[in-house]
Write a protein that binds this ligand. Structure first.
Ligand SMILES: *Cc1c(COP(=O)(O)O)cnc(C)c1O
Length: 222
């Protein structure tokens, strides 16, 4: 007999039971329906992540304050203003240019936006994110911005079939996270280390992640 597919609520429960209590789940909701997103919130997931501003807007408008909305995809300059308005956190700041622009729009909205710095831990030239040796300079520049607030770092890392292969990339990201934290910079709270996806979140947690971004394992295959 074919095994019955588990519900979103059951998947969330399984994941919650398999991770330490200090680790938060973010549901990566790209391509999912409004009902699926409502279901995941009902199941107790507070953080919802989107890769595209345009895809997120109708869902955010419909669900609103019942969730925290995270931008987890590369943020384009021309989407920055809308992102400033709709999102609760931008996880993908990777340039001074983008940081300034977001800060300006947040100022107009009289809003302070929590952000994460995206680390290009795989050193892939086609990927977004800051190289580790450039992170400190970016953060130093960002110190003067008043309407965005650095709360941690995020990485994608290269995608592997075997999650163990991702471990070194999670580890170097954690090292960056701790090093910046130990600088004790004013106005910066290094609280959030966002890394790990459906196939790699356990390894990411072992390497210190406290926010894991999960899509497939919650919603099923796309
Ligand atoms: C899609 C996505 C995830 C989740 O990936 P799954 O393998 O489906 O769990 C996490 N982070 C980002 C940035 C994504 O785009």
């Amino acid at each position: 007999m074919e095994q019955k597919q588990k519900s979103i609520a059951e998947n969330v429960k399984d994941i919650m039971n398999s991770i330490p209590p200090n680790v938060n789940i973010l549901a990566a909701a790209k391509t999912r329906t409004l009902n699926e997103v409502k279901e995941v919130i009902q199941a107790g997931v507070i953080n919802i992540g989107y890769n595209y501003v345009q895809e997120a807007i109708p869902i955010i408008e419909s669900v609103g304050v019942n969730a925290k909305w995270h931008m987890i995809g590369h943020l384009q300059r021309n989407k920055c203003k809308k992102a400033a308005y709709y999102f609760d956190m931008i996880e993908t700041i990777d340039s001074w240019d983008l940081a300034q622009l977001l800060d300006r729009y947040c100022k107009e909205l009289q809003k302070t936006m929590p952000v994460l710095i995206e680390i290009n831990s795989g050193r892939e030239s086609n990927k977004t994110g800051v190289l580790i040796e450039k992170v400190d300079a970016l953060i130093d520049e960002m110190m003067e911005l008043e309407n965005i607030h650095i709360e941690g770092v995020m990485t994608m890392g290269p995608r592997f079939g075997n999650p163990e292969d991702a471990r070194p990339y999670f580890r170097i990201t954690r090292e960056v996270f701790e090093r910046i934290g130990s600088r004790n910079l004013p106005k910066i709270n290094m609280n959030i280390l966002s890394m790990g996806m459906s196939n790699s979140y356990q390894v990411a947690i072992e390497e210190g992640a406290n926010l894991v971004r999960i899509g497939t394992k919650i919603f099923g295959g796309r």
